[in-house]
Design a protein around this ligand. Sequence first.
Ligand code: C2E
Ligand code: MG
Ligand code: MG
Length: 406
Amino acid sequence: MRACDVVARLGGDEFVLILEDVSGREDVEGVARDLLRILSEPIQLSGHECNVTASLGVAIYPADGTDIQTLTANADTAMYLVKGDGKDGFRFFTRDTRTQPIERLTMETNLRHALERNELLLHYQPKIDLNTGEITGVEALLRWRAPDGAMLPPCQFIPLAEETGLIVPIGLWVLREACAQNMIWQRQGMRPVSMAVNLSPRQFVDERLLHDIDAALAISGMPPNLLQLEVTESMVMQNVARAVRVLDGIEGRGIHIAIDDFGTGHSSMSLMKQFPIDTIKIDRSFVRDLAEDMEDQAIAQAIISMGKALGMTVVAEGVETIEQQAFLRRHGCDEMQGYLFSKPLPPGGIADLLRPPHAASPRCSRAPRVNPKQQSLRSTSEGRGTSLGAEGGDVTFSSDKPPAFG
Ligand code: C2E
Ligand code: MG
Ligand code: MG
């Protein structure tokens, strides 16, 4: 920065930079690139390495505004686009970006009301033990039935909920709803299964997290050991000392902890040992081409070996084919989750999967087809392996899909 430039903190994690006398966009681009590079260098805090990224939005006087309010609002708009693109970058404000805040604002207003209007719902995706074929648990996955009737997946609204802080009340709702649903299944006579709930970065640093978890367990009556909280590498690496404290608090309650999307973030093995983690979930990106990609095979094997060496349960995400399943089973992966067995389902769909075979639901008028070979191999999983459900609908028994157990 030059002596004539100004850097000021607006509040929270927002800063403003005023660059005077720039000769053109290239100058500003140079400054933005330098800033991002400098900020990306690791910082040592109390002996731990921390990484930060920045999202920069640029507005230029007079083209993008002739007063301070317009300039900062337009820079802000450009910055939000960078965040929407995955953060860690910069963008210049253009006329086209101006329409975005209105859509964003409408969505934000709608999302604020989503909770009170009962528009949020949870689907559940089973996790399967690769040895026994039993369902070990389910993961709660959030959906939003928006006012226009569209069913939105989390990637379309969780980033906004995260930015606005709405994820905290929404996350609390998810926790309560998931625990309550698990107890409803038990009261309906299903055997107890573990319930995994995703935590967001903002929730993870929220002071009331442990209190909210306690409340969800107390209200539902769900035993803590049936709850598994999913966090990501970046969430725990952001502030290691604090993460250890929070995770210890969670573990101390008898709750399980999983690292989600493992392999996509930065984590140090020596630090991983400090966290009371019992499960790692191999990210879907390493599972997708597992049948043919040698690098993915090596990565998956390495994660499985590391997880086993640390005494953890290893779960593979996004398993869609029998070949992927066979590879994972051969290399000692413990559990799998993916469309091969089942897509995320509404609560009724999970009840159908969990229901003991002799107590068939009236909705399942047709007996599921079981491959005879598979039946003899895995008598314990009879009837479960062939049920595949369409997301958002009832469970259907499919005769043309490959059986889930190869
Ligand atoms: P995740 O926790 O890694 O969840 C797994 C995602 O992979 C889900 O997407 C699931 O539908 C999808 N998936 C599972 N099996 C397969 C497969 O075989 N093939 C393919 N192509 N996809 C598969 P979904 O439901 O769209 O959720 C996306 C992400 O949104 C989740 O990733 C999680 O990070 C986040 N999320 C979902 N629910 C919540 C929530 O309640 N709170 C928070 N903070 N985040 C949530
Ligand atoms: Mg997850
Ligand atoms: Mg995941």
